[in-house]
Design a protein around this ligand. Structure first.
Ligand code: 5AD
Length: 336
């Protein structure tokens, strides 16, 4: 079945089919990546994003190396297995060296009997030069997430300032593959003017670029952005996308995106039932979470890290899913 027909299939049928495909291709385990948003300083001015450069209502922050390494050690102690270090996009030499340093130190400090290779480290720090990607890879990061946002060129240009280019974004994904990363990308679902055909094309793009991991969620407006007056993407379409990607790509890793939780209290859990196998519990310190609002209504803002994790694990187990504690949970697609 082609991808567009998949998106048009009855949602219940799609759920059953995607779950069966997931079970066969990657199993039913769910892997955690602690999501640490270590800085909201960003040089970009994307029209949808709450931490865009020109939003002067945002208090900018950067965690110290010590804070980051302490949180990483906490994740390792909890058995998370992997850490996702995410930030706004910056290209200064200082930033490149800072990330290199935190990756290297996190690796060193999290080696234990339970984790003989330390935490698995994923980075999500935007578009960088191939040399920078290599520097960070050599420091010990082995996965990188860079969303394409949409592959429709007109829509891409509508939601980004002219300094951001679809071609450049694609070139970065190629660079990341060549350097040796497990490469993740994804799109926002329900962008204004986005069609089902566009989303089907996005899936074709994921296949063409041999993507190992997907993170995608609904578009949600943020009040301080030029796109504030639009509607959020729906939970139905988001879940259908997750299922369609699972069926089309089989053995990749698919994250149940945090944004799903903003439009549905159990949105992430629902995504697990539609073929997702990765969850990223938020481990950003409570004091700075409020400064990392990519969209309005971001969940977990006032929750303590440990509390949100406890209830999450319980919820996952109650769905009959096991959690792969102390495992990296690499994409099988990448290992093949
Ligand atoms: N709604 C949903 N997702 C968003 N992101 C940024 N802003 C929004 C928004 N308003 C997503 C983008 C980006 C990722 C870090 O967060 O896809 O790549």
């Amino acid at each position: 079945m082609d991808t567009l027909s998949l998106l048009r299939t009855d949602i219940e049928k799609l759920r059953k089919k995607s779950y069966a495909v997931m079970k066969k291709a990657v199993g039913e385990k769910v892997y955690y990546r602690g999501l640490l948003e270590f800085s909201n300083i960003c040089r970009r001015d994307c029209n949808y994003c709450g931490i865009r450069k020109s939003n002067s209502n945002v208090k900018r922050f950067e965690l110290s190396k010590e804070e980051i390494v302490n949180i990483a050690s906490w994740c390792a102690g909890e058995g998370y297995g992997s850490l996702m270090l995410q930030s706004g996009e910056r290209e200064s030499r200082d930033f490149v060296s800072f990330v290199e340093d935190i990756v290297r130190t996190t690796k060193e400090k999290t080696v234990s009997e339970k984790l003989p290779r330390g935490l698995g480290i994923s980075l999500s720090c935007g578009e960088q030069s191939k040399e920078t990607y290599r520097t960070w890879f050599n420091a010990g990061a082995h996965r990188y997430l860079l969303r394409i946002e949409t592959t429709n060129p007109e829509l891409f240009n509508k939601i980004h300032p002219s300094s951001v280019s679809l071609q450049k974004r694609k070139a970065c994904l190629v660079d990341l593959k060549e350097v040796g990363y497990q490469v993740g990308t994804g799109v926002m679902i329900g962008l204004p003017g986005q069609s089902e055909e566009d989303l089907a094309e996005d899936i074709e793009f994921f296949k063409e670029y041999d993507i190992d991991m997907i993170g995608m969620g609904p578009y949600i407006p943020h009040k301080d952005t030029p796109m504030r007056d639009n509607r959020s993407g729906s939970i139905e379409l988001s879940l259908k996308m997750v299922a369609a990607v699972r069926i089309a790509m089989k053995n990749i890793n698919i994250a149940a995106a945090t944004a799903l939780q903003a439009i549905d209290p159990i949105g992430r859990e629902k995504a697990l039932a539609f073929g997702a196998n990765i969850i990223m519990p938020l481990v950003t310190p409570a004091e700075v979470r409020k400064h990392y609002q990519l969209y309005d209504g971001r969940p977990c803002i006032n929750e303590q890290t440990a509390d949100s994790k406890l209830s999450l694990s319980e919820r996952i187990r109650s769905m009959g899913r096991e959690i792969g504690f102390n495992e990296w949970g690499d994409s099988r697609h990448w290992r093949c």
